[in-house]
Design a protein around this ligand. Structure first.
Ligand code: ADP
Ligand code: MG
Ligand code: ZN
Length: 478
């Protein structure tokens, strides 16, 4: 039997507000445990939450950028469960009336665009963190850090529109890109500020009704997401092929063993007993607020990609890669504005620059080669000062020393040889040393031209202008 995978994602994103959602405590990551707490986020009896307006502002930005409808009235709800990292015994979230519904995001997989619908976006508070002593050589204890309780989250729930792990990954990447453009979250997956739950089911090809799903919780990398989805598809396929039935359950991704493991089944699932939060009034958002927010949105990745392809004449693929990261896109534009050919700039950024960033594990803003350095170097290729081949060496030197291209070329004596007399003299020496090849060429073995070019380049350490070398060789060989 052939099956079609069906995937829906629930993504939690920490908003980068300075203070928490219902109190004035700092949201700074990595402080002393429990240093950023107060009676409100510690869940003391009798305290009252006060909503941070900035959280709503950022939720509205996200809703508009994902083409959602923003609700004029939404409501807070209590989600009740007991866990040591949740001192109140409930989480304030939104349930029946979320801040936004019915959005969409466009993804591109294998060059084909596809729309993934967004079911809803709601706001909620994060819970604290448990640190288990096993990892600290202290297996008898677990520790509770409540710095994270009350950090604002939005949860973005997609429709089950994805049909492969590649689409799931592309969706999460696009979402991250949009959130970063908006400046609403740092989306640092390693620090947990963006985490995804994947709902996965399979159905026989042609069947409309969805199959029974499993939900893999809390993945904090694109790679894990993709692997976990593929693992679930394979696991469920095997069950159905063996005549079994998939059970609805929550699973966890084990990144050391590369498998998912059951966490709880539907029968053991929480009943959160949601009810409206009595300590917070319904949230009213005016049309004016929504309209003002819409006007303040930056150019988003899709619009930028289309503009790059149209205005700079670069391939769709290049435009896609360059606009995934807003800062990378700005870097590219700066290089091009200094007079570099767009496609040449794009090639260098997508290969050399991105390799350096990957090696160093840094973002474009920390690139050792600035836009000015790159565009100066590209201009030196264009005006013939250096060859494209030598430029690779210049680039490496710029990257490791931080020196500009002019300085590197001067210090290393890398200026291209364009002096026809000098090149001619060099060629004569090579002819004198290789009479057989010269005779061979004259007898019709014209492929030997490659041998001569190679010898000239060797003798000049790659500095001779290749076009001139070819031209002079042909003249001299008749
Ligand atoms: P919850 O997980 O809280 O019960 P929902 O039932 O609304 O919430 O579903 C959460 C996510 O699971 C959504 O992204 C939805 O599209 C997706 N989903 C629902 N049913 C299936 C299914 N049979 N297969 C794959 N994904 C599904
Ligand atoms: Mg769920
Ligand atoms: Zn607090």
């Amino acid at each position: 039997m052939k099956y079609e995978p069906v995937i829906g994602l629930e993504v939690h994103v920490q908003l980068n507000t300075n203070t928490k959602i219902f109190c004035g405590c700092s949201t700074q990551f990595g402080s002393e445990p429990n240093a950023q707490t107060c009676p409100i986020c510690l869940g003391m009896p009798g305290v009252l939450p006060a909503l941070n307006r900035e959280v709503v502002a950022k939720a509205i930005r996200t809703a508009l950028a994902t083409q959602c409808e923003v609700a004029n009235v939404s409501r807070w709800a209590r989600k009740n469960y007991f866990y040591p990292d949740l001192p109140k015994g409930y989480q304030i979230s939104q349930f029946e009336l979320p801040i936004a519904v019915n959005g969409k995001i466009e993804i591109i997989v294998d060059g084909r665009p596809k729309t993934i619908r967004i079911h809803r976006i709601h706001m909620e508070e994060d819970a604290g963190k448990l640190i288990h002593g096993e990892n600290l050589g202290d297996p008898a204890h677990s520790y509770v850090d409540l710095n994270r309780t009350g950090v604002p989250l939005i949860e973005i729930v997609s429709e089950a529109d994805m049909r492969s792990s590649e689409e799931a990954k592309a969706y999460l990447e696009k979402l991250k890109s949009i959130l970063q453009y908006l400046g609403v979250s740092d989306c640092n997956m390693e620090e947990g500020s963006m985490r995804a739950d994947a709902n996965v089911s399979i159905r026989p090809v042609g069947q409309e009704k969805f199959g029974t799903r499993s939900e893999v919780k809390n993945m904090n990398s694109f790679r894990y997401l993709q692997k976990a989805v593929d693992y679930e598809i394979a696991r469920q396929t095997e069950i159905l092929d063996d005549g079994g039935r998939v059970v609805q359950e929550t699973r966890l991704w084990d990144s050391t063993r590369n498998i998912t493991l059951p966490m709880r089944s539907k029968e053991e699932a929480h009943d959160y007993r949601y009810f409206p939060e009595p300590d917070l009034p319904p949230l009213h958002v005016s049309n004016e607020w929504v309209e003002e927010t819409a006007k303040s949105l930056p150019e988003l990745p899709d619009a930028k990609r289309e503009r790059f392809a149209a205005d700079y004449g670069i391939p769709e693929y290049d435009a896609e890669v360059l606009t995934t990261d807003q800062k990378l896109a700005a870097y590219f534009e700066e290089v091009v504005k200094s007079g570099s050919d767009p496609k040449t700039a794009s090639n260098w950024i997508m290969t050399e620059i991105m390799r350096v960033l990957k090696d160093r594990g840094v973002g474009i803003e920390q690139s050792p080669v600035t836009p000015k350095m790159l565009s100066d170097m590209l201009n030196m290729i264009k005006d013939g000062t250096i060859s494209g081949k030598i430029a690779k060496d210049v680039f490496v030197e710029m990257e490791t020393t931080g020196k500009g291209p002019q300085e590197v070329v001067r210090e290393k004596g890398l200026v291209q040889i364009t002096d026809e007399v000098a090149i001619g003299k060099q060629i004569e020496e090579i002819f004198a040393a290789n009479p057989e090849q010269v005779a061979g060429y004259k007898a019709g073995k014209t492929k030997l031209i490659g041998f001569f070019v190679g010898e000239v380049m060797k003798a000049t350490k790659g500095k001779a202008n290749p076009a001139l070398v070819n031209k002079i060789l042909k003249e001299k060989l008749g």
